[in-house]
Design a protein around this ligand. Structure first.
Ligand code: SF4
Length: 351
């Protein structure tokens, strides 16, 4: 698939019904899940999109792109409920065809409007009743076991809103990983959190059995960070670099990743230079186009628009070339967003 098409679809979305989708939630995604040309693709479901699906292929207006596309089918585990009455779908969601994803703690200490990441809606899905505030390790283990058994899930992503304690959520993630792996031995699990105050927590997460970790900075530009992630910007990029270095030491090269959002106003050359620095450290820069998501401050207050597809394509292709030169692929992360790849065009560009 041409990278330009993949990026264009990621930004302009598709006119299609997709039974597997997430609306709101942590981070910068509000998408339906499709299999596009054999790869997972999380794309906006937009009735105004010029892309549609006919006869199992992607059409641009009246032109058949020839690319096969199928919506991911609703998983069977969504029909189940825990013994204490919580629908499994409120505990973890299917991403792509084979990723189980959960936000273990659905609240964030940085959710006051002055601190909140402007692209994030982590607590909105809670207010909408689509999820529960805190998932217990036992609930996660129960859902993971069913998702693997009934729906062939092959990996799990555990993220968390940032908690008040100095571990930044690592403690509850470690407990959750242990419980899931006791129920499903060998399931690759990626954890995601901010840099904990005591970096020894990263070793704890590895010891709990996590296969990979995402420590997401979103942008390496301090000015962009102050504007888009004012709360997180209190933690300087230098502290992220210490956390990434320690994470690479304990998890290994290309088992650590970070999101870099393309389209926040950062200079594209600086974004690519920053990605090159991350790659040299052994950290996978997961380049994802910024998409304006309902319920976020970016949309509600700032009226932010998606970036030009051409900008995202150029950045994605340059970072993918750097990844190829370093012999790093997202798939080798083993688990997590870079291993899934549905929110990015990097995989389509060979990264
Ligand atoms: S890339 Fe991450 S957030 Fe996107 S669908 Fe895959 S697991 Fe979910």
């Amino acid at each position: 698939m041409h990278v330009g098409t993949r990026v264009d679809v990621a930004i302009r979305g598709v006119r299609v019904e997709a039974p597997v989708r997430r609306a709101g939630g942590a981070g910068p995604s509000d998408d339906g899940h499709l299999i596009l040309d054999g790869m997972g693709a999380a794309v906006p479901l937009d009735p105004r999109s010029p892309y549609s699906v006919r006869d199992g292929r992607l059409w641009l207006g009246e032109t058949d792109t020839g690319l096969p596309v199928t919506p991911v089918r609703r998983p069977r585990f969504y029909d189940l409920t825990t013994a204490d009455g919580v629908p499994y779908e409120k505990i973890a969601k299917l991403h792509g065809a084979g990723v189980l994803a959960t936000t273990v703690v659905q609240t964030c200490v940085r959710y006051a409007e002055s601190d909140r990441c402007r692209f994030c809606a982590v607590e909105e899905s809670l207010y909408a009743g689509a999820t529960v505030a805190a998932k217990t390790p036992a609930q996660l283990a129960e859902v993971a076991e069913a998702a693997v058994r009934l729906d062939g899930v092959t990996q799990m992503v555990m993220t968390t809103g940032t908690t008040n304690g100095p571990d930044r959520g690592a403690r509850v993630l470690a407990r959750s990983v242990r419980a899931v792996l006791a129920a499903v031995p060998g399931l690759p699990v990626q954890v995601q959190c901010e840099p904990p105050e005591d970096l020894a927590w990263l070793g704890e997460l590895r010891a709990a059995g996590a296969a990979a970790i995402g420590i997401h900075v979103e942008s390496l530009d301090e000015e962009v960070r102050r504007r888009w992630t004012p709360g997180k910007a209190a933690v300087p990029v230098a502290r992220y670099e210490e956390a990434w270095a320690e994470a690479v030491r304990v998890f290994g090269r290309n088992r650590v990743s970070t999101y870099l959002l393309a389209g926040l106003g950062e200079d594209p050359d600086e974004l690519v230079d920053g990605a090159a620095r991350l790659i040299r450290m052994g950290v996978y820069p997961f380049v994802v186009p910024f998409r304006p998501m309902r319920g976020t401050l970016a949309v509600r207050v700032d009226g932010a628009q998606a970036p030009p597809p051409e900008l995202v394509r150029r950045v994605t292709e340059r970072v993918a070339a750097l990844l190829r030169a370093a012999g790093m692929t997202g798939a080798e992360q083993g688990a997590g967003c870079a291993a899934c790849g549905a929110c990015s065009a990097l995989a389509a560009a060979g990264g």
